[in-house]
Design a protein around this ligand. Structure first.
Ligand SMILES: Cc1ncc(COP(=O)(O)O)c(C=O)c1O
Length: 379
């Protein structure tokens, strides 16, 4: 049987991985500056992570959410400790898009409204409401167009108030650092204004931290650069270091009732144990804090490369915008220099989303390779 052909694939077949390196079936070593799309947080095949999952597998891998699972409470406590949001409540699911669906549905239950406000260049996933709130007509099917969504630019509080004043908006959903869209961020005045307007018009503020959360940006969640209290926070990718898990954090002002949300697989024993192991290592190895000096080092190195027009992002969620389209450069980086990087909807931008265990010496190799390639083919 053939695979349904939805991805253009690079000619690399990874067969093992360790920390910041991925190895193909010939034993060739690749530096992973993509983290499998911001998923690998504590490094590939971390021994503590492997042991925790293996131990759990020997005990119990899964049982229904109709029965108590104390690991979920342990995970809620650990996320509360790391994020300092211990008054929020946790609902677990399996992926980023699923976290978004649950967040938007909950916002709609809570406000009894149905329209969504999202932002230009947003990406929130590929399922029903998530893809409708994604600013990319190419991946939105006619079915998804039934969803009422209005896209606004960042930093326009007047336009936001005009929409909210209509009284039918259940959720304003934003990425504090846009991922797929290319690392743009709303400014401080807009973020605080957005929170106030949501409160004034009884719309829920949803912070999409699926890509930026779990320490990647230097704060536990990227929105925590500001002192705001979103109604709902979505998370996934780095949460499981590759084990599928997602979740939402719910502000205590939103009440839970039985049956409001539900899932078969969400919050299963293995997934909780994987995420607990991730949080153990983030804390033990001080990974969130370390992103700050790595960001500095990276930005300093990048600033000496002439072809780079803009350096974007925070922590280890970074972007390099060149004065040309980067798809062939990214191919060269993979095939000639053995470095994985990410693209974005901005065709001139390379995204850097490495495991949080990356070190300066790895960035040094990246910039040396980049300089070499610039001299060879981009002069
Ligand atoms: C900000 C953001 N939200 C949601 C999603 C969807 O996550 P998933 O691919 O796990 O469904 C993504 C995926 O890239 C994302 O970057």
């Amino acid at each position: 049987m053939n695979l349904f052909d939805v991805y253009p694939l690079y000619e690399v077949k990874p067969s093992s991985a360790k920390d910041v390196y991925v190895y193909d079936n010939q034993g060739t070593k690749y530096l992973d500056l993509y983290g499998g799309h911001a998923v690998i947080s504590i490094g590939h095949s971390h021994p503590h992570y492997i042991k925790q999952i293996k131990d759990q597998l020997d005990q119990i891998a899964f049982y229904s959410n109709a029965i108590q699972n104390p690991l979920q409470k342990r995970l809620a406590d650990a996320i509360g400790e790391h994020s300092s949001l211990d008054n929020y409540e946790l609902f677990l699911c399996n992926s980023g898009a699923e976290a978004i669906e649950n967040a938007l549905k909950l916002a709609s239950f809570h406000t009894q409204k149905r329209r969504i406000v999202a932002f230009k260049n947003s990406f929130h996933g590929r399922t029903s409401a998530a893809v409708a709130a994604t600013d990319n007509a190419k991946i939105t099917a006619p079915l998804n167009e039934q969803q009422a969504v209005t896209f606004l630019p960042f930093n326009d509080l007047i336009a936001l108030e005009v929409e909210l004043a209509k009284g039918d908006v259940c959720a304003v959903i934003f990425e504090a650092i846009q991922g797929v869209g290319g690392l743009d961020e709303p400014n401080e005045k807009f973020v605080y204004g957005m929170e106030k307007l949501c409160e004034k018009y009884h719309s829920s503020l949803v912070a999409d931290e699926v890509q930026s959360g779990f320490g990647r940006s230097g704060t536990f969640f990227a929105f925590q650069k500001f002192k705001i209290n979103p109604d709902i926070i979505t998370m996934a990718k780095g949460m499981g270091n590759g084990f599928p898990i997602g979740g939402i954090l719910v502000n205590p002002k939103i009440n839970a009732t039985h049956g409001l949300l539900g899932t078969t697989f969400g919050g299963n024993h293995l997934a909780c144990r994987a995420s607990l192991a991730v949080l153990d290592i983030i804390k033990k190895d001080n990974l969130q804090e370390k992103t700050k000096s790595l960001e500095k080092y990276f930005k300093n190195k990048a600033s000496s490369i002439k072809k780079i027009k803009k350096i974007k992002g925070r922590g280890l969620m970074l972007g390099l915008e060149f004065d040309f389209e980067v798809s062939s450069l990214r191919k060269k980086l993979i095939y000639d220099y053995k470095i994985f990087t990410g693209g974005s909807s901005n065709k001139n931008l390379i995204r850097i989303l490495p495991p949080l265990t990356i070190q300066e010496k790895h960035f040094e190799y990246f910039f040396k390779s980049l300089e070499k390639e610039m001299e060879k083919n981009y002069n």
